[in-house]
Design a protein around this ligand. Structure first.
Ligand SMILES: CC(C)(COP(=O)(O)OP(=O)(O)OC[C@H]1O[C@@H](n2cnc3c(N)ncnc32)[C@H](O)[C@@H]1OP(=O)(O)O)[C@@H](O)C(=O)NCCC(=O)NCCS
Length: 169
């Protein structure tokens, strides 16, 4: 059975960092290269970075638990204002857990959360070359709503699509 577990303790944060290290090093080197992966893991998905995002930047991290195992994680960032938007900052499943409907189930949980919070739009950014994930997001109702190139330092940029899905009650 699938459940989500809000990340609150340093033990939880460590579990996310371990998953990030494993998933990113499997999935992203063919897409953006190993050096870029190393840079982003250190800058965004190490224990200090995740701790800062939760404590200072309003990120809500969740572990995905399936059959009593941590199988992935995601993060949400709420935007201020009535009927605002919610950013799905990341959604990553271990390779062995993909293709079994877990991604769709997690999205359904997030959309229920949006309805409860009165959120009208769920949006995310995804690397333009991350074709499988783009196909997944399109399949579960997201559309491309723009693109962005973000300088993240170290000589690297994130070249992304913005994808969005309207939330209806
Ligand atoms: C993207 C990801 C979260 C999707 O989760 P998943 O559990 O593998 O997806 P699901 O099995 O729930 O698939 C849901 C639907 O999308 C479809 N889908 C999934 N991958 C697809 C692909 N590559 N091409 C076409 N359709 C796809 C499925 O067929 C399924 O359709 P259906 O429910 O109508 O039958 C997961 O594959 C993942 O973690 N990928 C690597 C990390 C990553 O890139 N994350 C996104 C970063 S922005």
């Amino acid at each position: 059975m699938l459940t989500t577990q809000r990340v609150t303790t340093s033990r939880d944060i460590n579990a996310v960092a371990v998953l990030a290290n494993q998933i990113w090093n499997q999935h992203f080197p063919p897409i953006i290269g190993q050096e870029h992966v190393d840079y982003m893991l250190d800058k965004f998905q190490g224990v200090p970075a995740i701790t800062r995002q939760i404590c200072e930047d309003g990120y809500e991290y969740y572990l995905i638990v399936d059959e009593d195992q941590y199988t992935g994680y995601f993060a949400l960032v709420a935007e201020d204002g009535d009927g605002g938007a919610l950013q799905l900052s990341k959604l990553y499943l271990k390779r062995s857990s993909r293709g079994r409907g877990l991604g769709r189930a997690v999205l359904a949980w997030i959309e229920e959360e949006c309805v409860e919070r009165g959120v009208r739009e769920l949006w995310l950014t995804v690397n333009k070359d991350n074709a499988d994930s783009i196909a997944f997001y399109q399949r579960v109702g997201f559309g491309v709503a723009g693109s962005s190139v973000t300088d993240i330092g170290g000589g690297f940029v994130m070249d992304d699509y913005r994808m969005a899905k309207s939330i209806v009650d």
